[in-house]
Ligand binder design. Sequence first.
Ligand code: GLN
Length: 494
Amino acid sequence: MGMKKKLTAIDVVEEIKSGDISCEELILEIYERIERSELNCFITLNKENALEEAIEVDKRRSGEECRRKKLLGVPIAIKDSISTRGIQTTCASKILTGYVPPYDATVIEALKKEGAIIIGKTNMDEFCMGSSTETSYYGPTRNPHDLDRVPGGSSGGSAAAISAGETVLALGSDTGGSIRCPASFCGIAGLKPTYGLVSRYGLIAYANSLEQIGPMASNVTDTALLLEVLSAKDERDSTQVKTKNNASTNYCLSWLNGKRSGNGGEGVGVEVEVKGMKIGVPKEFIEGVSPEVEKSVWNAVHKLEDSGAIYEEISMRDLKYALAAYYIIAMSEASSNLARFDGLRYGLRTGKDEDWHTTFSRIRGEGFGEEVKRRIILGTYALSAGYYGTYYLKALKVRTLIKNEFEDALKTHDILAMPTMPFVAFKLGERIKDPLSLYLADVNTVSINLAGVPSISVPCGFSNGLPIGLQLVGKHFEEDEILKAAFVYEQTFL
Ligand code: GLN
């Protein structure tokens, strides 16, 4: 039907409600693009159900119930680490192949309530462990900007699908950068919410004390809209903080309301501006990044300055310990979380059963990929009796230092700005053989998960045709500040 390649969720909702576009045609077009694609963004498609739902939307779009839905008819792709009732959920692992969850994650319930249409489950690094989507049992996803390069990870399928117009919105999960890294590499927006804003019920755990489900979209307004839906309150996740911000009806930016009432994002009597906003730029986040990335990020900071923000270079000295602390904590938690995949509770039951020990080892040996095994072994080692104090406990102490450092920096500044990734998307196969070089790529994202603060990545330029991401970090539960700054910047970038 010659639909625009990049549709925004805000437009789709409006045009479906007004009857300007047919939801069925939109969904058909999306599947056509997916079926033609060389990117390998999806593990499982939900075509039959999605088309049925789209036909229903077209029938009921003008009814009172549909008119209230915030995501009516919007195609959304779901990272395969998030449980979807009746749709295979594999975490990109052989061990979960064929697993069909009997229940929906809370975020999926919230999406359905608001009328979103689930297109399928996206490719990712196995159990979210990686930064390139190359550890997937289902083969790597490719970067739409250059097919020989990685899309970033672990939510690489979600980011690539948005960038290539194979969905409008997507969900990712972020334990140490998994939303922001692929957003940066694929040139889209992605937000890791404050720890405790979005329910983790139904998210297959990698490292629960660090991770959040979050929105991915082609622009900042759609990111805010999706975040609003995701932050619905949930009694089933006791780590969700029940602040005033996370009732889905309250968590709404004034300018987003303005968009909805059709006055171009200016808000109803509320200006979206960064005048007087204090931005801290920590030099440790910039040291060692590639020159093009550094240049683009400074340009972005200066654009925000032109819009009235005030910036200052600051120093966060304990950051140098973040990467080591993150990997010890994440692997330790993973070694415990992944114990349930044993062929009894979860996971494929292959071959003939022998004694428990042999069967357990065989199933896990066959079912998990190299990187997952490496992390289970390292995590188990870090938690073992003789080394617990040397590694795990020490890492927890470093975590507290880093959290304090972020809180201090955010006492004197409204937000912090830095590059999301130290470089642009690298070549497929370039780093996967050397795990440490992949871990090092996360140097600018993991500290934010250790501190639990919110962070968004938005496109801020290109180097040789490859996107660069600007990362904005805010105070706990002040997602609106980083969204506002990202929105103002996006207007200057467009
Ligand atoms: N690349 C990081 C890791 O491998 C982060 C992954 C994530 O956020 N899930 O742990």
